[in-house]
Design a protein around this ligand. Structure first.
Ligand code: ADP
Ligand code: MG
Length: 332
């Protein structure tokens, strides 16, 4: 009989293994997952006593990231965003409530930032290729610049449709979509009952709870040596976003052409090197880090100081650190 061939003790070990597979890992621990999605590194960490539950939640986070990428990527021809760009002029194009709401939110942030944040920046932005060190020719720039204006987006609430009032409008959610995706994933984890978790998408992160009784440590990179940190922040229950001129750029005749454009000029904003925003929700901190980068330290800090629950750390054009009022008070 087969049973006789198995040395005694093994069946028990097999049973213990089976049991632990059913109940997950016995001891609570951190579970982590990293994947390349949305052209960046997506990272998620959760604390849980059950490994199977944790791994399932991490897999759900990654599928949610892939779902949002498929919806909002400007690089995928079949994304809903690409279809909108193709079809919203001259007549309105109906979109999902998710895309409709995020574009409306983007326009509210445009109003708040007096146009520093503007998803129609891409009417010009689409002609830059940072990898190829390519920028638009003057004539192309001049023509496309007229299309940058968030007010060119006309919303039909009833039909859930958007119309581009100018023929050359092109929208891109690169300044807000990662933060939005992080919020979606954090809400998903909260709904699943996780109370200690972190999700990041490139420079946008959000933390739920703390790190086993300690704060998380999140670094602010040195823009001219991104391997090094200029500050390490102790954080819990926070969203944090950084926008920098060192992520995607090329240098030509001493000018740094990078991916954050001033919608007024179509040129890369030059008065900061990096902007870090702290707040409650990553959708807002993401859009605001891009906005404050465009506004520059003086106007940017004035805006941040007027917003409750929002803080900023700016590395200005001279490489000097500047803080919003609440952080300055903490320093004292
Ligand atoms: P990332 O996390 O991609 O480095 P940021 O949060 O710094 O991004 O946002 C930069 C991205 O935002 C750009 O790659 C572009 O897609 C988009 N963007 C650039 N300028 C603007 C602007 N003035 N308003 C809104 N979005 C912008
Ligand atoms: Mg941003």
């Amino acid at each position: 009989m087969h049973a006789n061939l198995i040395p005694s003790g093994i069946p028990l070990a097999v049973m213990v293994l089976c049991l632990s597979l059913v109940s997950g890992t016995a001891a609570a621990d951190w579970f982590k997952k990293t994947e390349s999605i949305m052209g960046t590194q997506i990272h998620a960490e959760v604390w849980h006593e059950n490994g199977i539950v944790a791994e399932q939640a991490l897999a759900a986070v990654m599928s949610e990231m892939r779902r949002i990428d498929a919806l909002m990527s400007p690089y995928k021809k079949t994304s809903e965003l690409s279809l909108l760009n193709k079809n919203a002029h001259p007549s309105a194009y109906r979109v999902s409530s998710e895309l409709f709401d995020l574009i409306k939110k983007s326009n509210r942030i445009s109003e708040l930032t007096h146009g520093a944040f503007d998803i129609t920046y891409a009417s010009v932005g689409r002609y830059y290729d940072y990898r190829e060190a390519h920028r638009p020719a003057d004539a192309q720039m001049e023509k496309a610049l007229a299309a940058i204006d968030y007010r060119h987006l006309v919303f039909d609430n009833e039909k859930q449709a958007i119309r581009f009032a100018h023929e050359s409008v092109y929208v891109d959610l690169g300044g807000i979509a990662k933060g939005y995706a992080v919020d979606r994933c954090i809400n998903l984890l909260i709904d699943l009952g996780f109370s200690q978790a972190m999700v990041s998408a490139g420079g946008d992160s959000r933390i739920v709870g703390d790190h086993r009784g300690q704060p998380w440590s999140v670094g602010v990179k040195n823009p001219r040596d991104p391997q090094a940190m200029v500050a390490v922040l102790p954080l819990e229950n926070t969203a944090i976003s950084t926008s920098g001129d060192y992520e995607r750029y090329f240098i030509e005749e001493g000018v740094r052409y990078h991916h954050i454009l001033d919608p007024g000029t179509g040129q890369s904003a030059q008065s900061s090197r990096s902007v870090t925003i702290l707040g409650e929700e990553a959708t807002f901190t993401d859009a605001l880090s891009t906005s404050v980068f465009v506004l520059g330290p003086a106007k940017g800090l004035a805006l941040v100081n007027s917003l409750p629950g929002i803080d900023a750390i700016i590395i200005d054009g001279d490489g000097k650190l500047q803080f919003s009022d609440d952080l300055l008070q903490l320093e004292d």
